[in-house]
Design a protein around this ligand. Structure first.
Ligand SMILES: Nc1ncnc2c1ncn2[C@@H]1O[C@H](COP(=O)(O)OP(=O)(O)OP(=O)(O)O)[C@@H](O)[C@H]1O
Ligand SMILES: [Mg+2]
Length: 457
C-alpha cells in the first residue's frame, strides 16, 4: 500500500491558507479604512481653517485686506507637532503667508475646496485651497486661500494602525489555524469511527458494517458492505464446493477400495499383492484427505458464525471417547478419561470442539503402539484444559509449532496414512474459542501430550 496524501493534512493546510488570506485581507482593509479616516479628519480641519481665513477677508477701497484669525491656524496645531503653512493670493499677488507655497494647478471652483498632497520644504504636506469672491458686486475679485500642513502626525497614526492591524491579523491567523486543526479532526472523525469499526473485527468477520456514517461516506460504506457480501458469498461457495467435492470423491473411492480388497485376496503372486497394497494405501490417503478437507471446510465455515451454547466439557469428552472406542479397540488401545465429577460448563460450539478433540485422540490412536493406553483428562484451573496423552512415539525433538500448518506432517509418521490437517483443525477450533493448542511430549515418560486450552469464563 502506498502512503497517499493525508486528507487531514490537506484540509488543515487549505483551511490555514484561507485563514492566512483572510488575515492579510483583514490587515489591508483595516489599514486602508483607518488611514482614510485619519486623512479625512485632517482634510476636514484643513478646509475649516481655510474657510475661516476666507471668511475674514474684507474688501476695502485699497483692495482686499485680511485680519488673520489665529484661531484658524491654532485649530490645526492640535494635530501633533505638524508645521502649518498658509498663503492668501488676490489678483495674482500674495497678500500674506508663504510666497513659495504652491497653489493648485487649476484655480478651484468657488465654494469647493481643492485638496492636494505635495512636497514642500523637504516634507510631504497636505494642502487645501478655497476661492472666495471678495469686493463690491461691480468689482468682484477671486481670492485663493491655501492652507497646508505636514503629515507627520498622520504618519504616526498610520504606523500605530499598521502595528495594531498586524497584531490583530497575526492573532486572527493563529486562532483560525488552531480552529482549522480542530475542524479537520472533527470532519474526519466519522472516517476514524468507520475505520475502527472495520479494523476491530476478527479476520473472519464478514458481516456488514453498521457504523453510523455521514451521507458522504454512505456510498463508501455501501461499497465495503457489498464487497464483504460478495466475499462472503464466494467463501461460502468455495466451502460448499469443497464439501461437495469431498463427498463425490469419497463415495467412489470406497467402492474402489472394496474392489481392491477383494482383488488382493484373490491374487497369488507377491508382486501383484504388493501392487494392490500400494493401490489401497493411495486410496486410503485420498479418502483421508477428502475427509479431513471436508472437516476443515466445515470448521472454517462454522468459525465465521459460531453456534455458541452452554455445554458440559466432561460430557463432551466422554461422548467423543465413546465414539472413538471402536477404532481404538481394533488396535487394543484403551482410552481412559479423567474428568471431575461435577459438570464443567463452557460456552462454545460443541460440533467444533468435538471435531478438535476427535482429531487429537485420532492422532493418539494412530501414532501409538498396539496394546497401549491413552489418557484424556479434563482439568479446571486458571483455564480449562483437555489433555490427551499417549504412550506412542511422541513428537521427537525439535520444533513442533509448524505441525498446525495445513498439510504439514511430522517426520515421525512412518507409513501411517494421514493428510496433515488434524492439528490444523484442532488449532483453529482452539483459536476461535479464544484458546490455544499446546503440543509437546508427555512429561511423564514416553508418548505425546496435546492439550486444548480454553479460557475460563
Ligand atoms: N499423538 C501423536 N504422536 C506423535 N506424533 C503426532 C501425534 N499427533 C500428531 N503427531 C504429528 O503431528 C503431525 C500433524 O498431525 P495432524 O493430525 O495434523 O496430521 P496427520 O495426523 O498426519 O494427518 P490427518 O490430517 O489425517 O490427521 C503428524 O503428521 C505427526 O507427525
Ligand atoms: Mg491426525
Amino acid at each position: 500500500m502506498t502512503a497517499g496524501t493525508s486528507i487531514r493534512q490537506r484540509l488543515f493546510f487549505q483551511l490555514a491558507g484561507i485563514a492566512a488570506l483572510l488575515s492579510v485581507a483583514f490587515f489591508l482593509v483595516v489599514q486602508v479604512v483607518a488611514e482614510r479616516a485619519a486623512e479625512g479628519t485632517q482634510d476636514d480641519i484643513l478646509s475649516a481653517s481655510a474657510i475661516a481665513i476666507a471668511d475674514s477677508l474684507r474688501s476695502e477701497e485699497s483692495g482686499v485686506t485680511l485680519e488673520l484669525p489665529y484661531s484658524a491656524l491654532s485649530m490645526l496645531s492640535t494635530i501633533n507637532e505638524d508645521r502649518v503653512f498658509y498663503r492668501v493670493v488676490a489678483a495674482g499677488e500674495t497678500l500674506t503667508g508663504y510666497e513659495d507655497l504652491p497653489l493648485p494647478d487649476e484655480t478651484p471652483q468657488l465654494g469647493l475646496p481643492t485638496f492636494e498632497t505635495l512636497s514642500y520644504r523637504g516634507d510631504e504636506v497636505r494642502s487645501v485651497s478655497v476661492v472666495r469672491a471678495v469686493g463690491p458686486a461691480t468689482n468682484l475679485q477671486n481670492v485663493v486661500v491655501t492652507v497646508a500642513q505636514t503629515r507627520l502626525g498622520l504618519e504616526a497614526i498610520s504606523r500605530r494602525i499598521t502595528a495594531t492591524a498586524t497584531g490583530v491579523g497575526a492573532g486572527f491567523f493563529l486562532v483560525a489555524t488552531a480552529l482549522s486543526l480542530w475542524a479537520a479532526n472533527l470532519a474526519l472523525r466519522p472516517i476514524d469511527r468507520m475505520t475502527g469499526a472495520v479494523t476491530r473485527r476478527g479476520p473472519k468477520d464478514l458481516r456488514p458494517v453498521l457504523a453510523e456514517t455521514p451521507t458522504e461516506l454512505a456510498p463508501l460504506l455501501e461499497a465495503i458492505n457489498s464487497f464483504m457480501g460478495r466475499l462472503r458469498a464466494s467463501l461460502t461457495r468455495t466451502e460448499d464446493f469443497i464439501a461437495e467435492a469431498a463427498h463425490r470423491v469419497r463415495t467412489p473411492l470406497a467402492t474402489v477400495r472394496a474392489q481392491a480388497e477383494v482383488t488382493h485376496r484373490k491374487l497369488q503372486k507377491p508382486e501383484h499383492k504388493q501392487a494392490i497394497r500400494e493401490m489401497i494405501r493411495a486410496i486410503d490417503e485420498s479418502s483421508r484427505s477428502a475427509e479431513q478437507m471436508l472437516d476443515h471446510a466445515m470448521v472454517t465455515f462454522r468459525a465465521d458464525s459460531l453456534a455458541v451454547e452452554q455445554l458440559n466439557l466432561s460430557a463432551l469428552v466422554e461422548e467423543t471417547c465413546e465414539r472413538l472406542k471402536p477404532t481404538a479397540d481394533i488396535r487394543d488401545i484403551a482410552i481412559r478419561t479423567k474428568a471431575p465429577d461435577e459438570p464443567l460448563m463452557f460456552e462454545g460450539d460443541s460440533i467444533l470442539l468435538q471435531a478438535a478433540l476427535q482429531n487429537i485422540i485420532d492422532n493418539a490412536i494412530k501414532y501409538s503402539p498396539e496394546d497401549s493406553e491413552i489418557t484424556v483428562r479434563v482439568d479446571a484451573g486458571a483455564d480449562l484444559r483437555l489433555t490427551v496423552s499417549d504412550q506412542g512415539r511422541g513428537f521427537g525433538a525439535g520444533d513442533h509449532s509448524k505441525l498446525t500448518t495445513r498439510f504439514e506432517r511430522g517426520g515421525n509418521v512412518g507409513n501411517i496414512v494421514g493428510s496433515g490437517l488434524g492439528l490444523t483443525i484442532a488449532d483453529e477450533v482452539a483459536r476461535v474459542h479464544g484458546g490455544t493448542l499446546e503440543i509437546g511430549n508427555n512429561p511423564e515418560g514416553v508418548g505425546a501430550c496435546v492439550s486444548l486450552v480454553l479460557p475460563r469464563l
